[in-house]
Every structure is written in C-alpha cells, then in structure tokens.
Design a binder for this molecule. Structure first.
Ligand code: SF4
Ligand code: SF4
Length: 429
C-alpha cells in the first residue's frame, strides 16, 4: 500500500509505527497465501486490489462520504439490516476483526478466555490500528453471545459510539416481535442521528442495492457446486469478507464480472483444483478478514472448500429482502429476513442443522469441517448436535477449535490431511 496515506492515518489517530508493522505482516501473508495460488480467475485482480487498499483508498472514500454528510456506520453482525443504513444515506462497514492484534491491550479490559474475534476488534482499536473504527460515526452492537454484549459496554466507554440492539434468544412469536421492535428503534436512532427521514423510495433503492449484492454472492456460491470447482475456497472466502466493507454497487458489478468468468470456466471444465478433489463444507463461527487460516490449511492439504455455512458466507446472502409497500412493512420484512439466519446464539437452532445438510447436498460436499473459535461457547456447544446430524446423514465430520495464532497450524494440518485421506479412502472403496 502506498505510503501517501500517512497524513490521513495520523489524522485518524493511528499508531503509525505499529500500523506500518501490521501492513507489512498482512502483505507478506497475502503474498504467500493468496498470490501463490495457481490458475486463479483473472477477475480476482479487483479483489486483490481492494485488499491492497483496505486501509488506504477505501478509507479515503469513507472520509469523502463523511465530508459529504453521509453517516459511517460500523456493524458486527449480519442481523443488523444494511438496507436501513443505506436508506438513511449511511455507509455500512463490518468491523469484525480476524487477526491477533493488540491482544495484550485487549486483555487489560476483557478476560484472556474471550474469543479471538472479540479480542481482535477490541485490540485493533486499543492498539491504534483500525481506521474503520476511527472513521465510524456510529457503531451498532447486538446482544448475541455474552462475550460480545458485555464487551460492547467497554467498547462504548472507549469509543463513545456504540448503540446496542437487543436480539432475542428464541425465534418465538415474542422473540420476533421484540426483534421487529428493535429494527423500528434502530430506524428511529438513525433518523435522530442523521436528521433525515426514511422514505419508501430510499428504502426501495437500498433494498435493490443490497439484494443485488446478495444475488451476486449467490451466483458465486452456485458456481462452487461444479466439479472441478472454478474458484478456490480461499478466494471465495476473501470475496465474502470484502462484501462487508467495499462499496456495495461497485462490489456487485465486479463480482458479477467474476461470476461471468466462472460460468465460462465451468463450461470449459477449468478448475482451480483437479476434478475429483475432496470437497469440504466449512460450518461454524464467522471468519473475519484476514482470518484465512483454516481454508489455507484445507486447500494446501489437497481439499477444496466449496462453501461456508457461516455469517461470512451463506448466512449473509442466502435470503433476499422481500418486496414491501410501506415503510413499516419494510421494517417488518427486514426483521423477518434476519430471523431466517440461523446463528448458534439462538435456542433451539435446528434450522442450522438443516442448513448444513442442504448446503452439503447442493455443493456436493464430501465432508463437513465444523469450525469454532476457541471460547466461542455457542458454536463449540452446538458442534455436538452438528456432529450427530452430519454423521447421521453419512458424511464424515471433523471438529476444529482454534484461534487466530499459527501455533497450532502444524497440528491442524495433520488432522485435516488425515480427514481428507479418510474421505479419499471412502471414495475409493
Ligand atoms: S455468528 Fe451470530 S453473532 Fe456472529 S455475526 Fe453471525 S449471527 Fe451475528
Ligand atoms: S465468534 Fe462466537 S464468541 Fe466470538 S463473538 Fe462470535 S458468537 Fe461470540
């Protein structure tokens, strides 16, 4: 990334020396994990560029938007409706963090045994390394897992920008009514902060933009059902990660261009991995950028990741926002849409087990790797039911519990290689 951004980073209060170190580590990791892949689709060039400018050009754009009166809104969860933010001339940015950064600082505020994602977003801010948090006018949290909801109290003390939505634990009639009301309360909050009104036209335009993004992500997901897979799981994961912070209209157009290329690759039988490579579905905790650890291990062990039953993945784009004819109906439909997302924070959560089955079958997965971040209680506990359900359907299952560090990478690789070998044996027999 160009050094010309020094002034901008300094004006945002970043720790310039530590930030330089972070960019250098990221660039090395990207080089060795991403740019070393062979036979990638040419359309990945745009996404490589976006990553190379993640703290540069995109921040310049956000600051321009802010100067033009737009509200920059940081979010952490796919339950927060992006359409509502866009309808009030806001820009929605995902703030989840996928790297071990500022851990020491974070552990001064939250326990050591907190998941890496929470430590990551706290650590990025505390170490002065996140231009997104610094650019945001408002940060929307939610009462999902205990770690997040308690961490938001501290995050608000530090940033003075946090607004928390109350997400129910159950999808009962009462839970749905509570969530619909929370969407209405968020709408009021955004009206208050922006001084703007919500109009039907603005909502319709926002719904069109976000639904188009979801459709493009669905195309990408559909392309991965082919054998050979036309794109690596690593690249597909990256695109899903970028979907949370790139400009949605430009992102959609570039992704559709890439999907046209993938359609051609499928038609010509061009794959990123050989036909017959072991196909794996990954299911579990979200993988925020730049968490590429598990995909990198699977794909360097001869497997190919064909889908992510996760929030950085299918849960984010599977369902579109239905048509509406009044502002209140739009808010109701937003609540209904998000209640179709099956997060382990809910109980019971049988629908997620069905999602794993449906995705495995649509994408022709030959095994499921359940991924949970260490200390992520909802997904770690739900792994038990996921295992029983996947194995009952006759698919091999592997449970991984890890964090962002590379200390266990060797051990994980051994386990993943054995899992892939076992699937190969089953296929041979
Ligand atoms: S895993 Fe749950 S809490 Fe996390 S982003 Fe997804 S829905 Fe939100
Ligand atoms: S990964 Fe798990 S523990 Fe961490 S924030 Fe998400 S749901 Fe909570």
């Amino acid at each position: 990334m160009s050094e010309n951004y020094q002034e901008m980073w300094a004006s945002l209060g970043l720790n310039l020396e530590a930030h330089r170190g972070l960019l250098s580590v990221l660039s090395d990791a990207y080089q060795s994990i991403y740019l070393s892949q062979k036979n990638r689709p040419a359309g990945m060039g745009y996404f490589d560029f976006v990553v190379s400018e993640v703290h540069g050009l995109r921040i310049v754009e956000l600051l321009k938007d802010k100067a033009a009166g737009k509200l920059i809104v940081g979010t952490f969860c796919v339950y927060v409706p992006e359409e509502l933010i866009l309808a009030l001339d806001g820009v929605s940015i995902g703030l989840c963090a996928g790297a071990d950064v500022g851990t020491e600082e974070a552990e001064k505020f939250i326990p050591r045994n907190t998941c890496a994602l929470i430590k990551g977003f706290m650590g990025f801010k505390l170490a002065g390394l996140c231009p997104y948090v610094e650019s945001a006018d408002l940060i929307i949290g939610e009462t999902t897992c205990d770690g997040k909801k308690k961490a938001y109290e501290i995050f608000d003390e530090i940033t003075k920008k946090v607004y928390v939505m109350e997400l129910p634990n159950k999808k009962s009639d009462e839970g749905r009514a509570l969530w619909t009301n929370e969407i209405r309360r968020l709408a009021q909050k955004l009206i208050e902060v922006t001084g703007r009104e919500i109009t039907l036209d603005k909502l319709r335009e926002a719904a069109r933009v976000v639904n188009a993004k979801r459709r493009a992500l669905q195309r990408l997901s559909d392309a991965r059902a082919s054998d050979p897979a036309p794109i690596s799981g690593l690249d597909a994961l990256l695109i899903n990660q970028i979907s949370f912070y790139d400009d949605p209209v430009r992102f959609t157009s570039k992704l559709n261009e890439l999907c046209d290329e993938l359609d051609e690759r499928v038609a010509h039988g061009t794959g990123i991995a050989p036909k017959g490579a072991v196909r794996v579905l990954v299911s579990g905790s979200p993988m925020a950028i730049p968490n590429w650890k598990l995909h990198s291990i699977i794909e360097s062990s001869g497997g190919i990741v064909v889908g992510e039953e996760a929030c950085v993945g299918e849960r984010n784009f599977r369902d579109l926002l239905d048509a509406f004819s009044t502002v209140d109906e739009a808010l109701q439909k937003m609540a209904d849409r998000s209640m179709g997302i099956n997060c382990a924070c809910f109980t019971p959560n049988d629908e997620r087990l069905a999602d794993i089955h449906n995705m495995s079958s649509k994408l022709h997965a030959q095994g499921v790797i359940h991924y949970a971040l260490q200390f992520c209680t909802p997904y770690l506990v739900e792994a038990y039911r996921a295992k029983n359900s996947v194995e009952a359907a006759g698919l091999p299952y592997l449970r991984i519990e890890t964090d962002y560090s590379l200390e266990d990478a060797g051990q994980l690789k051994t386990r993943v290689e054995a899992f892939i070998e076992m699937i190969r044996d089953v296929k041979r027999s």
